[in-house]
Write a protein that binds this ligand. Structure first.
Ligand SMILES: C[S@@+](CC[C@H](N)C(=O)[O-])C[C@H]1O[C@@H](n2cnc3c(N)ncnc32)[C@H](O)[C@@H]1O
Length: 262
């Protein structure tokens, strides 16, 4: 079988869980194997394997279809939000303790974290939530939930590799801007090395505060990772000050902020 690149990319996304991914990410994943001396079937298999690792790690396939379930049921179906569930109140209290003005929260690589909006609204914060996520099914699920709960929130199906579009989305909103990058930088690096720096240097000048998180333990084996991430602190210090640094439930959070804000 000799397929064109376009046909190969189409074949890769025939799997239901990969069917709503941005083309850009599928193409990037395929580029890792395109020149390898193996059959087309093997290239397709390897690309799907990489995409599953990046987009579906430890997440229940039950999230593939819309279900009218409560927020706890949904948050428990994704490892990142499940681990955070008992601590969301404490986490948002710490991140937003000094926020008094209206702000827009951009959650990049949101997964289903937008469903935790109710913990933000409980804090009486005046915010609009914008989640950006590559997996279309998770975007549909968040938007379904936002509409049902009448939250001031929206999710957008898009790749973070589309930096220009991302910048447009951020610039379009007025006022104070806060960005979450929770457990997402490693996923981006798996498809393109050093992309984190490109992304951060593009969006940092547009944002007042950036909150980044990393797992401090491996998801399956509960092993401790060493997550000092000095490169990140040094790199972001060019744009923002490191205001806070703490760990909650196997997750390290770094809070960066522009000096003159607040
Ligand atoms: C480990 S999960 C974390 C989800 C969420 N930030 C949280 O901590 O609850 C990483 C998320 O980033 C998303 N992601 C990975 N690469 C992406 C890309 N290029 N564009 C948009 N989203 C991406 C994945 O689909 C996944 O939902």
């Amino acid at each position: 079988m000799t397929l064109t690149k376009c046909e190969i990319l189409k074949k890769i996304t025939e799997k239901r869980e990969l069917s709503k991914l941005p083309e850009k990410d599928v193409e990037l994943a395929f580029s890792h194997f395109e020149k390898r001396q193996v059959s087309e079937e093997e290239k397709i298999r390897l690309t799907r394997e990489l995409l599953n690792k990046v987009f579906w790690p430890f997440r229940s396939k039950k999230l593939l279809s819309l279900k009218d379930k409560n927020y706890e049921w949904i948050l428990r179906k994704h490892l990142s939000t499940r681990e955070r569930l008992p601590f969301y109140g404490k986490l948002y209290e710490r991140i937003f303790k000094n926020e008094t003005k209206n702000f827009v929260l951009f959650d990049l690589g949101a997964g289903i974290n937008g469903i935790s909006y109710r913990f933000l609204s409980q804090k009486r914060l005046k915010l609009k939530y914008v989640g950006i996520e590559a997996v279309g099914q998770l975007v549909d699920l968040m938007n379904f939930y936002f509409k049902k709960e009448k939250f001031n929130a929206q999710a957008i199906s898009m790749s973070l590799f589309e930096i220009d579009n991302l910048k447009k989305i951020i610039c379009k909103e007025k006022g104070r801007k806060i960005v979450f990058l929770f457990k997402v930088l490693d996923s981006l690096e798996a498809l393109e090395r050093n992309f984190s720096k490109k992304l951060l240097s593009s969006i940092s000048p547009l944002c007042d505060k950036i909150v980044i998180s990393f797992p401090t333990e491996s998801m399956s084996k509960r092993q401790k990772f060493r997550v000092k991430r000095y490169w990140l602190i040094n790199f972001l210090s060019k744009f923002h000050l490191l205001r806070d640094d703490f760990e909650i439930s196997g997750e390290k959070f770094l809070v960066f902020e522009k000096e003159q804000t607040l």
